[in-house]
Design a protein around this ligand. Structure first.
Ligand code: ADP
Ligand code: MG
Length: 503
């Protein structure tokens, strides 16, 4: 099985003036739960609503208002944990994390520090085909999001929008198992893919439904292996955390930049202060936001407004039974059942809709051929128009019909491309169109022979050349195809030409 094969981590090495440095990275991903209502209130989570229109009294922290847990959000966290093969904690609890922000009316965030709902899990991160890495998940906890301060609407005032206040987040914390910028981006891509398969988060990074805090440190070769053996963080360098990254590209640039900044300080004899930094994409630099608070700075304590969260194993089992087929399993199945390459299977399982479309095209047909047509022709065509698979004007049934006509030898590959274009732009049933426009491949050897004879008779000089150099027979194939409007069966054409020229 594919997913049983992990490659050894290959750390990105940066050569410094005093020797090599390696990168160590751990990610905290905030994933907004795909829920219509907030974590502790019934207010809507709809993106882009009029500012402060989706705010319940409890979100605005009105005195005397009490939070009530949204069961649906808890279910999504459990579903996510199960999707990451993680331990589900039947008992978890909420804590208050105290800090001041203008967009946090409570003066604290309700989170889960001491007893998170999900424990250790894993994500298999796919690099190039044949190379996969295992990134361990430390925990997933549920917490509230804060609101949004808006500083660029008025020269003298800041505004606060509380629509996001209280929206449910899952914080997914990885172990520092990630060893380079590309791996970090690939980890986020894979995590987002799994969440989307599960339906627990829409993964829309532009709207902020998924954002990553990226922890980066550097160490010397050999240090990481000692950390692995002992799990002692003291073996690693001091980390800095880059907050709120929301694009794969920026994650990579920020990591690379941050690592080089740390190396320069260390090589200069300095030390790294553990701090929270912000990435400035315009300047491609990170800058200090604040020194890193320790847990005790937040004066965490159990939230007195909420009972510990206790869930039943039966409920967890029901959720487990309802999990969809996840990306790794689907990919392995596509490889086994349809004979696809790992690369093709990865492309086709990137999202649920593409995978379902492909399966409809391939069912009962030549899987490899179906994959070629879906990936090269259809995806290529959709991309040109900036469309995704759900906007395809061609149904899986129609594309399946084209694949079938190719497999049966009714149409040639070249004619199939014309037919594809026809169906894509004007619609219609492929088999009926082939009949109507006389596009069927000519397999009648008599007709092909006649065409070959004509070309040979018209080109005696070429015949002599081809007899001396059989490679030139290809020219005749081209001429015969032209004469038959691309409808001659290429295999038959080749054979007949070879025999007529005595090759
Ligand atoms: P906090 O939220 O206080 O920053 P957490 O324990 O929640 O602390 O998260 C710390 C994150 O930093 C984890 O993803 C962890 O893997 C990562 N991390 C810990 N030590 C290092 C290190 N030396 N270098 C890089 N990442 C690290
Ligand atoms: Mg954290």
């Amino acid at each position: 099985m594919l997913d049983a094969v992990y490659s050894e981590p290959k750390p990105k090495v940066i050569a410094g003036a005093t020797g090599d440095w390696e990168l160590v990275i751990g990610l905290e991903v905030h994933a907004q739960v795909a829920s219509k209502a907030k974590l502790f209130s019934g207010a809507s989570t709809k993106f882009g609503a009029e500012p402060n229109s989706n705010v319940a009294f409890v979100d605005a922290a009105m005195p005397g208002m009490l939070p009530v847990i949204n069961e649906f959000c808890v279910e999504q966290a459990v579903r996510t944990g199960l999707g990451l093969k993680a331990q589900i904690n039947l008992k978890s609890a909420f804590d208050r994390k105290n800090y001041f922000y203008p967009d946090l009316p409570q003066g604290y965030q309700i989170s889960q520090l001491y007893e998170p709902i999900v424990g250790e899990g894993e994500v298999i991160v796919n690099m190039e085909p044949g190379v996969a890495r295992l990134v361990r998940i430390e925990r997933i906890h549920i917490e509230q999001d804060a609101g949004k301060s808006i500083h660029d609407m008025d020269p003298n005032m800041s505004f606060v929008d509380l629509n996001r206040t209280g929206v449910a987040l899952m914080e997914i914390v990885s172990r520092p198992d990630i060893r380079g910028p590309e791996e970090a981006a690939a980890y986020v891509v894979k995590l987002r893919q799994i969440l989307r398969y599960l339906g627990t988060c829409d993964g829309n990074m532009q709207n902020g439904s998924m954002r990553a805090d990226v922890n980066v440190s550097v160490c010397r070769p050999g240090d990481y292996e000692r950390y692995q053996a002992t799990q002692d963080f003291g073996e690693l360098g001091t980390r800095c955390e880059i907050k709120n990254m929301n694009s794969m590209r920026f994650i990579q640039l920020a990591i690379d930049h941050e690592a080089r900044r740390q190396i320069a300080i260390l090589e200069d004899g300095g030390t790294i202060d553990q701090e929270t930094r912000l990435y400035d994409a315009d300047k491609n630099e990170t800058r200090s936001m604040r020194s890193k608070e320790e847990a005790h700075d937040y004066r965490y304590f159990p939230c007195p407004d909420l009972l510990p969260l206790e869930i039943e194993q039966d409920w967890v089992d029901d959720i487990a039974a309802s999990l969809p087929e996840l990306p790794d399993a689907k990919k392995a199945r596509f490889i086994a059942d349809f004979g696809l390459s790992e690369y093709d299977a990865s492309v086709l399982t990137a999202d649920v809709a593409s995978a379902a479309y492909f399966e409809d095209v391939a069912q009962g047909r030549d899987g490899k051929l179906a994959a070629n047509w879906v990936i090269n022709e259809l995806f290529g065509r959709l991309k040109k128009e900036d469309h995704d698979i759900t906007q395809s004007p061609m149904s899986a049934k129609q594309l399946g019909g084209i694949v079938e006509l190719i497999s049966s030898g009714d149409i040639s590959g070249k004619i199939a491309k014309d037919l594809f274009e026809m169906v894509y732009t004007d619609g219609g049933d492929p088999a009926a169109l082939v009949e109507k426009h006389g596009m069927k491949q000519v397999t009648d050897t008599g007709a092909i022979e006649a065409a070959v004879d004509a070309v040979i008779a018209d080109n005696p000089a070429q015949v002599e050349k081809a007899k001396a150099n059989p490679k030139l027979a290809g020219w005749f194939v081209g001429q015969v195809m032209k004469a038959t409007g691309g409808k001659a069966n290429p295999k038959a054409v080749n054979e007949i030409i070879a025999s007529k020229l005595g090759l």
